[in-house]
Design a protein around this ligand. Structure first.
Ligand code: ADP
Ligand code: ASP
Ligand code: MG
Length: 421
C-alpha cells in the first residue's frame, strides 16, 4: 500500500462529467489498495471569473478580499469531488485549507506555505477515506484566508505530499506530460519521459506554466517523487500503465536519460523593460537605482549596464508586468531626487525566450546557435542573460512565437535524441 497525492487542474475539473471521470480514476487507485489524497483546482475559468467580479468593483481590489473571493473556487471543487466519489461508493471527505490547516504567511495573493498539519488527514486515511483538500489556498496565523498565486494548486499538492511523506505526487493535467516547449505553440513539441529537477525548476521559473515554480521548489527540497500526466485518458486504463505514463521529475542524471543538450524552450510575456539613459558611471549607481525598487517590494529579473561612453551609460532591467507602473513611478522619483540621469523609459511589449538544458554544462556553441537562429529570422535581441543551464533573451513580444518555433527546430527538439524513443 502506498500513500499517493493526486492533483487535478482546472480543465480536468471543468465540468460535472470531468469531475465524474476524476472520481472514477481516484476510485481505481483507491480500490487497488492505495491511500489517496486529492488536491483539485477550481473549475476552469472560475478563478478568472471571480477575480474579474472584484475588478468590476475596484481597479485595484484589496488583496485580502481578493483571496477571500478567489479561494471559493477550490472550495466548490472539493465538495463536488467528494460528492462524486460518494456517488460511486467511495468514502470521501473534503477540507478547505483552514480546516487542515495549511498554514501560510500573510502575503495575500502570493502567500507561501509554512506548515501543514497532517493529523486530521492521517486519521481519515487510516479510516479508509479518500481525503480531498483544496488547492491554491491556506490560512495565516490569525485565521485570514490566503492564496498561493496563480497556478498555486500544484504547490498545494506537492506540499501536502511532502507533509504526509507520500510515496508519489501525481499532477494530472490537460497535457500528457512536460514537453520540449508548450505544445499549443509548437505542435511538433515532444513529451519528455524524464526531466531533471534543475531543468524543471528553470523551465517553470522562465515561464513554462505546466508547473508552478514553487511546486518544483517543494519537490526538490523534500525530494517528493513527482510526475506530470494526463487526466484526459479513459479513467479505467490499466493502473500500471497510467503509473508509468507522463513525465517523471528526477533528482539525478542517470545514464539512460535522453542525451539532448537542450531539453526545452520556455517563454513568457509577463515582464516589462525599464531603461534609464545617461546614468553617471560611478560606484554605487546600480544600488541607487535598484535599492528603492527593492524597498518597494518589486522583483527585478534581468539587468544590463553598458560600458560607459564619456562617463555615462544606459541601465536597463526587467520587472513583472503587474509591477511595471509602480516600478516606473519609483524610478522616476529616484532619478528626480538623487541621480543626474537622462530620461526614464519603459517598454511593456517584450517577451523572454529561454533555452534550458543541463547538457549546456558540457557543450559549447549553444549561445551562438541561439543568436544565429534569431538573426536569421531578423529578430533583434534586446537583453541576454545566462546561467549554467539556461540562456534567456528579451525580444519584442510580437516575435515570441516565431522565435520559439525557430529555436525549437534549430536545437533539434522536434526529433528524438540519439538512443531515445
Ligand atoms: P492545470 O489547469 O492542469 O494546472 P495548466 O494550464 O496550468 O493546467 O498547465 C498545463 C498547460 O501548460 C498545458 O495545457 C500547456 O499548454 C502549458 N505548457 C506550457 N509549457 C509547457 C510544457 N513545456 N510542457 C507541457 N505543457 C506546457
Ligand atoms: N485556481 C487557481 C488558478 O486558476 C489555482 C490553480 O489552478 O492552480 O490560478
Ligand atoms: Mg496549473
Amino acid at each position: 500500500m502506498s500513500l499517493i497525492v493526486h492533483k487535478y487542474g482546472g480543465t480536468s475539473m471543468g465540468s460535472v462529467e470531468r469531475i465524474q471521470n476524476v472520481a472514477r480514476r481516484v476510485a481505481k487507485w483507491h480500490k487497488a489498495g492505495h491511500q489517496i489524497v486529492v488536491v483539485p483546482s477550481a473549475m476552469s475559468g472560475e478563478t478568472n471569473r471571480l477575480l474579474a467580479l472584484a475588478k468590476e468593483l475596484h481597479a485595484q481590489p484589496d488583496p485580502r478580499e481578493l483571496d477571500m473571493i478567489a479561494a471559493t473556487g477550490e472550495q466548490v471543487s472539493v465538495g463536488l469531488l467528494a460528492i462524486a466519489l460518494k456517488a460511486i461508493g467511495v468514502d470521501a471527505v473534503s477540507y478547505a485549507g483552514w480546516q487542515v490547516p495549511v498554514r501560510t504567511d500573510r502575503a495575500y495573493t502570493k502567500a507561501r506555505i509554512s506548515s501543514i498539519d497532517d493529523a486530521r488527514v492521517r486519521a481519515d486515511l487510516d479510516a479508509g477515506r479518500v481525503v480531498v483538500i483544496t488547492g491554491f489556498q491556506g490560512v495565516d496565523d490569525v485565521g485570514n484566508i490566503t492564496t498561493l498565486g496563480r497556478g498555486g494548486s500544484d504547490t498545494s499538492a506537492v506540499a501536502v505530499a511532502a507533509a504526509l511523506h507520500a510515496d508519489e505526487c501525481l499532477i494530472y493535467t490537460d497535457v500528457d506530460g512536460v514537453y520540449t516547449t508548450d505544445p499549443r505553440i509548437v505542435p511538433e513539441a515532444r513529451r519528455l519521459e524524464r526531466v531533471t529537477f534543475e531543468e524543471m525548476l528553470e523551465m517553470a521559473s522562465l515561464g513554462s506554466k505546466v508547473l508552478q515554480i514553487r511546486s518544483v521548489e517543494f519537490a526538490g527540497k523534500y525530494k517528493v517523487k513527482t510526475r506530470v500526466l494526463s487526466s484526459l485518458t479513459p479513467p479505467d486504463i490499466a493502473l500500471d500503465i497510467e503509473a508509468e505514463s507522463g513525465t517523471l521529475i528526477t533528482f539525478e542524471e542517470d545514464e539512460s536519460m535522453e542525451q539532448a543538450v537542450i531539453s526545452g524552450i520556455a517563454f513568457n510575456r509577463d515582464e516589462a523593460k525599464i531603461t534609464v539613459a545617461n546614468v553617471p558611471d560611478r560606484p554605487g549607481i546600480a544600488f541607487q537605482i535598484l535599492g528603492p525598487i527593492a524597498e518597494a517590494n518589486i522583483d527585478v529579473d534581468m539587468i544590463i549596464q553598458n560600458q560607459s561612453m564619456n562617463g555615462t551609460t544606459d541601465f536597463s532591467f526587467t520587472v513583472h508586468r503587474n509591477e511595471y507602473q509602480k516600478a516606473l513611478e519609483v524610478l522616476n522619483n529616484t532619478v528626480k531626487q538623487h541621480i543626474a540621469a537622462g530620461a526614464v523609459t519603459g517598454d511593456p511589449k517584450i517577451c523572454k525566450v529561454s533555452a534550458v538544458g543541463i547538457g549546456m554544462r558540457s557543450h559549447v556553441g549553444i549561445a551562438s546557435l541561439m543568436f544565429r537562429t534569431l538573426s536569421e529570422e531578423g529578430i533583434n535581441i534586446q537583453m541576454i542573460s545566462t546561467s549554467e543551464i539556461k540562456i534567456s533573451v528579451v525580444l519584442e513580444d510580437k516575435y515570441m512565437e516565431l522565435a520559439v518555433r525557430a529555436l525549437h527546430k534549430a536545437f533539434g527538439l522536434d526529433q528524438a535524441p540519439n538512443g531515445a524513443q
